[in-house]
Write a protein of this length. Structure first.
Lengths: 723, 178
């Protein structure tokens, strides 16, 4: 079987259009008509990717290759545009090397638009370059749909209010023509007619206001509901996003989507959507009335409008770019400010206030210049556009006046025409500003749907099994990489007995935390499986599964609230007696009781009112209260003074009793209670055994212990008092 | 008086803590291995495969070059490439060009902004290329007279001298720059 993918850098470092081919156990790289690399896969251990800056290489690593990989064979180079395909190719080839089985390159993960060939932005499943305008309309409709009834109801009353107010010019014209300038009627009849028409005028005005009131009340209700729905929809999805997806976004960015972007969409629907029908209807009705009064005058009024609308449309594209620039300047200024405020202690200790003031002043000056320039343009352009749009009015006065003198139309009709003119400019101005409003809306809509439409990386099975975490944990042939082309864990095989405590040991970046992440199912393995009591964790219901796992990290997050709330976070329905018991087990009770408000003490934002050791003990109490089947301790006792560490060690010893526990610690002495130690080196299990067994074997663990002993001896010598 | 003491202390501390030992043409020699990798002899120690990394790729691309093994363990630092012989410089630059790939933009055909993404159509010499940059302010790295643009895949496209590209190209990009 033949498998091939593209690469794009030739051996000379030039951009090319090459093919990387695997066929019948032979790898070749072809560029144009030249095959510049061919090698059999016999004697090859694996094919690997090495990524650099803006590019990468594919290499064949022979079996029994030295550590420096100096006998590897470089096949070809590629830019990052090809990295996903080349990564998939390597997976297929490695699978062939391991099993002799031929598979095809999966194109599922390729983020390339089939239409334009451009690559999608991260986290997007849609090409925003090719996206049709109807895409946004459909998205907008999907949001507004549940509120459509209420919106139409409010819109109907808006129309009624408009109809009432559009009767005002008609009645005014009637007063002038029928009563003020009607010599045929008696003065009494004319006064009576004026009074009746004036009453009718007052009536329609009152009705107009009542309808307006009803529509506004309804609109406010819809606005509140819509805003709430949108925020909850985005927030709900953010909560359900996978760990890998969350890690690609900043908290500020996510918060903006929940607050600012949802608000913009809501504003558009309630402020523009509801009035759209009214504006369009008003435009058509008034156009008909104007045409009925005088087609010539109507033409005069409307003649400049297409030109002005075109000018406005063009003008908006300039304005948009200018305002984006202003937005960037604002963003830069606020990020400098944010940095300085957060790092004010560093600024002060380094005495660099003047430097920071200069930096901020420069950004602020730039923003001011851009703002002034934009406002100048706005101040000149907007009145000019307004003037040209309304220029027809002057001609109407001249031509209309002539028509009255020639008795082609009456004074009342000219007055009616002029009053209606004001009404027709309103929807026109609204329509001319629509492109800008739509542009603004589309940016927010896309940001919102980027989140809502995001596919879950870690999905529940179609019919998940109940999550029961009792039984042995069996990890078989587990391989995983955060990027598909950069494996972090290779072929991990491990069986952990129920209730056993496993200490995970290894250098930083060896893959210990990654293994923990996979056990917690924050990510799904690329290949292999993890089973608990014989059931694959991918078949278990995620929420129920995680409810039975307790985690204590090095840095534990405490929510704003009381000590009690933070412990009870693990089980909100817990009784106060259970909270106190959990705190006692975590050696936290004593310090909590020393706080003025005891368990009701407010911990402050991120628990900043407490010390590191105190925060740690609260998080242990949280884990105790949860009573988890599986416990994860990720550097739970690092960065603490010896006394606090001892207290926490005691608490942890109580916590791990009878539970399957995975503990990561760089300070190896903290793993003294572990039943077994697993040493992970470069993503593989290098050694397994008890402390004594591993020391005797003289391997990696033994070297790590010796290094730590030497460091600690050195530290003790340095800190020992001079005799 | 106190200031003077502190200054004297600084002078005492500086030579020990703020100096780096560099490898030079006398202590380090490069050659190509039979597999085509860069190999080196550093302070008498032979390495069959080394990797070169720029410490300051944007501000000093030809200085402060770290020599590491494939696991990125540092073996030495070159202060200036120009301190080496022309043949050695060629080997060093050849290796660096393999690690840092930034095709040079000679002309910008168009820049379109859609939904916060910037779609570039550019010429890299006589090769046409299009790429997408998400959030331009976060994906631009200034250096000297120009800058690098980083696209959604992690590719870098370089404008060596912004004033050196055609004025028409500049006008297309100008509104989007900070």
């Amino acid at each position: 079987m033949r498998t091939s993918v593209s690469f794009d850098i030739d051996p000379g470092g030039n951009i090319c259009s090459g093919s990387l081919i695997a066929e019948n156990g032979v790898i070749s790289a072809v560029c144009g008509s030249e095959t510049f690399f061919t090698s059999s896969l016999d004697g090859i251990e694996e094919i690997v990717i090495r990524t650099y800056v803006g590019c990468g290489t594919v290499e064949l690593v022979p079996r029994l290759s030295p550590d420096d990989k100096s006998d590897s064979l470089e096949i070809c180079r590629f830019s990052m545009a090809c990295v996903e395909q080349v990564g998939e190719f390597c997976k297929v080839v490695n699978h062939y090397i391991e099993t002799g089985e031929e598979t095809e390159v999966s194109t599922a993960g390729f983020r390339v638009c089939p239409k334009c060939g451009r690559h999608y932005a991260k986290g997007m499943n849609t090409c925003l370059f090719c996206v049709e305008k109807s895409y946004l309309a459909k998205k907008l409709y999907s949001i507004a749909k549940p509120h459509m009834g209420a919106l139409l109801f409010a819109g109907f009353f808006v129309i009624l209010a408009s109809v009432c107010s559009s009767l005002v010019p008609v009645l005014n014209a009637r007063i002038v023509d029928n009563y003020l300038y009607n010599e045929a009627m008696t003065p009494d009849a004319r006064i009576k007619g004026v009074i009746i028409t004036a009453c009718a005028l007052a009536g329609v005005q009152i009705l107009s206001k009542i309808f307006d009131m009803i529509s506004k009340r309804r609109a406010n209700k819809v606005s509140g509901d819509l805003s709430n729905d949108l925020r909850v929809m985005v927030y709900d999805k953010i909560q359900r996003l996978s760990a890998s997806s969350i890690s690609q976004k900043t908290s500020g960015d996510l918060m903006k989507r929940v607050t600012r972007d949802t608000e913009k969409v809501k504003n558009f629907i309630t402020e523009q959507g509801m009035y759209a029908l009214e504006k369009l209807l008003m435009f058509v009705v008034i156009l008909v009335i104007l045409l009925r009064i005088s087609p010539l005058l109507t033409f005069i009024v409307l003649a400049p409008i297409p030109f002005v609308t075109f000018a406005i449309y063009k003008f908006w594209s300039t304005v948009k770019v200018r305002y984006q620039r202003q937005w960037r300047c604002e963003s830069r200024e606020s990020s400098i400010l944010h940095d300085i405020v957060k790092g004010i202690r560093v600024v002060k200790t380094f005495g660099s206030e003047d430097r920071e003031i200069a930096k901020f002043s420069a950004a602020s000056k730039k923003l001011a210049d851009v703002c002034v320039s934009n406002e100048h343009m706005w101040a000149v352009a907007f009145p000019l556009l307004g003037f040209f749009m309304g220029i027809g009015e002057f001609f109407v006065l001249y031509f209309g006046g002539r028509m009255v003198i020639n008795s082609t139309i009456s004074i009342g009709e000219l007055l009616e025409f002029n009053l209606f003119l004001a009404y027709i400019y309103q929807p026109l101005r609204w329509m001319s500003s629509l492109p800008q409003r739509l542009g603004d809306l589309s940016a927010s809509l896309v940001k919102i749907f980027e989140i809502i439409d995001e596919k879950d990386d870690v999905e529940d099975a179609a019919s998940p099994k109940p999550a029961k975490l009792d039984g042995d944990i069996v990890i078989s042939s587990l391989s995983f990489g955060y990027k598909a082309y950069e494996p972090v864990l290779h072929d991990i095989n491990l069986t952990v007995k129920q209730g056993e405590m496993i200490g995970l040991v290894g250098h930083s970046g060896a893959g210990k935390s990654t293994l923990i992440n996979l056990i917690m199912r924050l990510y799904d393995a690329d290949s292999g499986s993890i089973t608990i009591g014989g059931t694959d964790i991918r078949d278990m219901e995620q929420q129920k599964f995680r409810e039975q796992i307790g985690v204590v990290f090095q840095e534990n997050f405490l929510f704003t609230g009381s000590v009690y709330d933070n412990i009870a976070y693990a089980r909100p329905e817990a009784q106060p007696s259970e909270i106190v018991a959990a705190a006692k087990a975590a050696n936290a009770h004593e310090f909590i009781m020393a706080l003025p408000d005891g368990y009701n003490t407010i911990v402050g934002e991120d628990g900043h009112n407490l010390s590191g050791g105190e925060r740690q003990r609260i998080s242990i109490a949280r884990a105790v209260l949860r009573n988890p089947a599986i416990l994860i301790l990720d550097e739970a006792t690092s960065a603490l003074d010896p006394e606090t560490e001892e207290q926490i060690q005691q608490a942890l010893a109580r916590l791990v009793k009878g539970r399957t526990t995975f503990a990561i610690a760089h300070r190896l002495s903290t793993l003294r209670n572990a039943n077994r130690l697993v040493v992970i080196e470069k993503g593989r299990i290098a050694e397994t055994g008890s402390h004594r067994e591993l020391i005797e074997s003289g391997g990696i663990y033994s070297r790590l212990v010796n290094t730590q002993l030497e460091t600690s001896k050195l530290t003790n010598d340095e800190t020992a008092p001079v005799a | 008086m106190n200031d003077r003491i502190i200054d004297e202390e600084r002078q005492i501390i500086a030579p020990e803590t703020l100096s780096t030992e560099y490898v030079n043409a006398d202590s380090c020699a490069f050659h190509k291995s039979d597999k085509g990798f860069l190999a080196a002899e550093i302070n008498g120690e032979k390495y069959d495969r080394v990797v070169l990394l720029r410490a300051l790729p944007l501000t000093f691309p030809d200085e402060y070059i770290c020599i590491t093994d494939v696991e990125r363990k540092e073996l030495g630092i070159i202060e200036k490439i120009s301190d080496f012989s022309p043949e050695q410089q060629e080997l060093i630059n050849d290796e660096l060009s393999k690690r840092y790939f930034s095709p040079v933009i000679t002309e910008i055909k168009s820049v379109k902004e859609k939904f916060g993404n910037f779609y570039f159509d550019v010429m890299l010499g006589d090769i046409k290329r299009n790429f997408t940059v998400k959030d331009l302010t976060k994906n631009i790295r200034y250096h000297g007279e120009g800058f690098d643009l980083i696209d959604v895949d992690g590719n870098r496209y370089r404008i060596i001298d912004y004033n050196g590209i055609p004025a028409k190209s500049r006008r297309k990009l100008e509104p989007y720059l900070y």
